[in-house]
Write a protein that binds this ligand. Structure first.
Ligand code: FAD
Length: 400
């Protein structure tokens, strides 16, 4: 006899308890203490991922970026410790990997971005060994520092994939820190540093591009723009890069390689009716509401919004989503509008940072009354001391 799967109903169901899911839950709870809210999230740990750049550079231990998920589930919000396996918006339901069917009145999709390690032959089997490192996973970020700290000279290659990524600046930040570390270790003069990126230049927003191009020049970094990594041969320490315009391939030997892996929409979103053409959760770029399912909203990296995927963007999206969700519940027009704000704290060395902030149109949208395109020690303090506290005590508590 087939086993009867369990089921329950939740007024507001949030999928994913990362940066976006917890921030939205906390804000909803503050706005309405009686609203029934549940979060589906399998992980016991919550990570402040922006710190991983500094973990990979030996500034913080991994544990500084980690807290217990249980401590950040807001009061009276139900934590469903499971993985979403299927989203059925026509039935106002999701099914979990554990076989539970959860129906909802309102759905918030906050499932983040999926990292596709196996999209590059050689990467999944090589990562964490033989000089192949990445800041893009909790279990591998420690190995980045091992590679940098133990570097004896040779070629250090840093790659960016030809896909959307979270924190578009992260692939170059770790390179600037590695350059600094190599100088301190006395090996920079026998090191070739190469940055391969599918982009046409070092940064998309002109104001910050100028500064960062000067940083690349000053540090003597070689660039391979319009190039991305297509395969790795871990034993031979060889990387194959492809030119996106000519499709020519070149093989480069390296002594260490920092790989930013290919990423894409979570499979569970891509295979659902919520997906847009690229597989992200479709959402109006200002209201964050699904165009086809009025009781569904999307936020964070999983949302199909034409902006840079960052935690900073989530900080601006969450209040808009919450205002619009509450308005929709009460049958009012949606007044909240997200302008595409995103930010990238580009660390350019130990003690130096450029705080890039911009909107949908690539216009700078700066928070401070000085020229943020300059490298500053004060912005390094913001990144290392202020932003982590703002995250744990402000953003995840629904306060800022
Ligand atoms: P996440 O925080 O990743 O959360 C997604 C959640 O969904 C996870 O908890 C996951 O477990 C859960 N989930 C996934 N699949 C399922 C499923 N099937 N069922 C249930 N739950 C599921 N941002 C900045 O603003 N500034 C920075 O300097 C910065 N630097 C970064 C550096 C690195 C190395 C990295 C990796 C990221 C960086 N970011 C930075 C990006 C930032 O961390 C993300 O943009 C942000 O966490 C996005 O929030 P999210 O909630 O959409 O995704």
């Amino acid at each position: 006899m087939a086993q009867m799967a369990s089921s329950r109903h939740v007024p507001v169901l949030i999928l994913g308890g990362g940066t976006a899911g917890i921030t939205v839950a906390a804000r909803l709870r503050r706005a309405d203490s009686r609203l029934g809210i549940a979060i589906v999230e399998p992980s016991a740990d919550h990570y402040y991922q922006p710190l991983w750049t500094l973990v990979g550079a030996g500034v913080f231990p991994l544990s500084a970026s980690r807290r217990r998920e249980a401590d950040y589930i807001p009061q009276d919000v139900t934590w469903i410790r499971d993985r979403v396996a299927e989203i059925l918006p026509d039935e106002h339901a999701v099914v979990t990997a554990g076989g539970e069917r959860i129906t909802y009145d309102w759905l918030v999709v906050a499932l983040g971005i999926q990292i596709n390690w196996s999209a590059i032959p050689g990467l999944a089997e090589g990562i964490g060994t033989r000089g192949i490192c990445s800041n893009y996973a909790a279990q591998h970020v420690g190995y980045t520092w091992e590679c940098i700290r133990g570097f004896q000279g040779g070629t250090a290659l840093f790659t960016t994939p030809n896909t959307a990524v979270k924190c578009g600046g992260a692939p170059q930040k770790i390179m600037y820190l590695a350059d600094d570390a190599f100088r301190r270790q006395g090996v920079r003069d026998r090191t070739r540093l190469v940055f391969a990126s599918p982009a046409k230049g070092i940064f998309a927003v002109e104001k910050y591009r100028r500064t960062l191009a000067a940083v690349v020049e000053r540090k003597g970094i070689e660039t391979a723009f319009r190039h991305h990594l297509v395969s790795l041969e871990p034993d031979a320490r060889e990387a194959v890069l492809e030119n996106l315009d000519t499709h020519e391939r070149l093989t480069m030997t390296y002594d260490m390689i920092h790989v930013t892996p290919p990423m894409g929409p979570p499979d569970v979103v891509r295979s659902s009716p919520l997906a847009d053409e690229q597989g992200w959760c479709a959402a109006n770029k200002h209201t964050l509401r699904s165009p086809s399912y009025p009781n569904v909203f999307a936020v964070g990296d999983a949302a199909g919004l034409p902006t840079s995927k960052t935690g900073a963007a989530v900080r601006k999206q969450a209040p808009v989503l919450v205002a619009n969700l509450l308005a929709a519940m009460q049958g009012r027009p949606l007044g909240g509008s997200y302008d595409g704000y995103s930010s990238c704290p580009v660390v350019t060395g130990y003690g130096k940072m450029v705080l890039a902030e911009f909107d949908y149109d690539g216009n700078p949208a700066e928070s401070f009354p000085f020229d943020q395109s300059k490298e500053r020690y004060s912005m390094w303090l913001l990144k290392t001391q202020v932003l982590p506290r703002l995250y744990w005590h402000g953003m995840l508590r629904g306060r800022v």
